[in-house]
Design a protein around this ligand. Structure first.
Ligand SMILES: NC(=O)c1ccc[n+]([C@@H]2O[C@H](COP(=O)([O-])OP(=O)(O)OC[C@H]3O[C@@H](n4cnc5c(N)ncnc54)[C@H](OP(=O)(O)O)[C@@H]3O)[C@@H](O)[C@H]2O)c1
Length: 399
């Protein structure tokens, strides 16, 4: 049943049991089978000790579930707990949040402002959505907080506009302490961007690579001045749904319609690989610059309530309605990202809620695949922006 497949990757990294015919049975079987992946790299070795099994189940609940389990985050092991109250004072710091006007991104925006961030740039498309977000901040936190927000309209699938947006931001501030790459096309059908690239990859991965690369000089400068700078790429456990033969070898590979979930999953694999790539190439030279990827849990946002119906008009109701009692709200959903954006001292991790470091899939840990992805990324961006950017001297570099 297609709708059950939708939940599988988010609830369990690797399922060892057949799909159940009811959502509740599927949910239970996936959570209880999680420990094979959580503790054993070799599944044939047999079950892990009971304590670890129990902790793996607790971790799964902590990572994914919200409303139905009050205090779910408290189930995480000590040392992997985090709450929004623990976000430090951010006075003097500057942040950029893509998709910061709604959903999990708004959870981030709200939290950063609550903790006194001095300046916040939001990048998204919907002007009315952004206006609503700023109005809500004004009503709740007052003019001073709302006036710290600068919304910039930019479609991340338009890489020239994205590069220009980054340069515009870099001209308006002399530091950036936090970059949260949150915006995304969710589980939706195959479409091509204006430049002829799969839209999931064009927005979720390529757009954020262009943005991050153009902001890297100021991010590095901020870090080298003695500040801890944190970049966070929003991944998803659905990266596990990337096709087994994903190689990131060619544009033709990217432009093959593999179905809504694998398209989304592959783009999320790419953003995790990008975070690890930056951690490998940038953090050693700039030890104060940390780059991590996160999974937010299953969160009630437009992606999981509306966009899902574009891909699955009827079966999407499993995700949008039946899963509703289990989903987190956007504030619970931003906890792992806030940990990665304000607290962690590590780089190159995949962090799930509240602050649990997970291994992720084998592909997400494949450094060669990450290099291959980034080689292809540079090649495609250069080809697609040649006349408008490269030939005009755009110094595009990934690190
Ligand atoms: N919700 C979940 O359960 C879940 C689970 C795992 C991972 N995630 C990840 O968490 C992140 C946030 O998701 P969400 O659920 O909060 O989604 P959401 O509520 O749909 O918000 C997505 C944001 O991205 C912006 N955006 C989309 N396309 C864009 C584009 N081409 N250019 C610029 N901005 C664009 C949207 O703004 P406009 O529409 O105004 O452009 C919106 O602000 C995503 O990376 C998602 O993959 C979510």
């Amino acid at each position: 049943m297609q709708s059950i497949k939708l939940f599988r990757p988010a609830l369990s990294l690797r399922c060892t049991r057949p799909a159940s015919s009811s959502i509740s049975r599927a949910f239970l079987s996936k959570t209880t089978s999680r420990y094979y992946a959580a503790e054993n790299t070799d599944r044939l070795k047999g079950p892990v000790p009971a304590d670890s099994k129990m902790q793996a189940i607790k971790n799964t609940i902590a990572e994914n579930l919200g409303k139905i389990v009050p205090g779910a985050h408290e189930l995480a092991p000590e040392g992997s707990r985090f709450s929004l109250e623990e976000v430090p004072d951010l006075t003097g710091k500057v942040a950029v949040v893509t998709g910061g006007s709604e959903g999990i991104g708004y959870g981030c925006t709200h939290t950063l402002l609550k903790h006194n961030i001095s300046k916040l740039f939001i990048i998204s498309i919907g002007e009315d959505v952004a206006a609503d977000a700023i109005k809500a901040i004004r009503e709740e936190m007052g003019d001073e907080a709302a006036n710290k927000v600068e919304w910039i309209n930019c479609d991340l699938s338009d890489w020239e506009a994205t590069g220009q947006t980054a340069l515009k931001i870099a001209q308006k501030t002399d530091r950036i302490d936090i970059l949260i790459n949150d915006a995304a096309r969710g589980i939706m059908t195959y479409q091509l961007s204006k430049s002829g690239v799969d839209l999931h990859m064009a927005i979720n991965h390529f757009g954020h690579v262009v943005l991050t690369s153009h902001l890297l000089p100021i991010l590095k400068k901020t870090a080298d001045n003695g500040n801890t700078v944190r970049i966070v790429n929003l991944g998803s456990n659905i990266h596990e749904n990337s096709p087994k033969d994903t190689k990131f070898e060619s544009l033709d590979e990217l432009n093959t319609d593999i179905g809504p979930q694998p398209l989304y999953g592959r783009s999320k694999l790419a953003v995790i690989l990008h975070a690890k790539y930056l951690a490998r190439h940038v953090t050693p030279q700039h030890p104060n610059l940390l780059v991590n990827a996160t999974h937010p849990g299953i969160v009630e946002t437009r992606q999981s309530t509306e966009h899902i119906h574009e891909a699955y008009p009827l079966l999407g109701y499993g995700m949008s309605v039946l899963m509703n009692p289990f989903k987190k709200n956007q504030f619970q959903g931003c906890v792992s990202t806030m940990f990665a954006a304000t607290k962690t001292e590590k780089s190159g991790r995949y962090i799930t809620p509240p602050a649990i470091v997970e291994q992720g899939s084998d592909k997400a840990n494949d450094a060669l695949l990450g290099e291959q992805l980034m080689d292809l990324t540079v090649k495609i961006i250069k080809e697609k922006t040649k006349a408008s950017s490269v030939d005009k001297g755009c110094p595009f570099k990934t690190y």
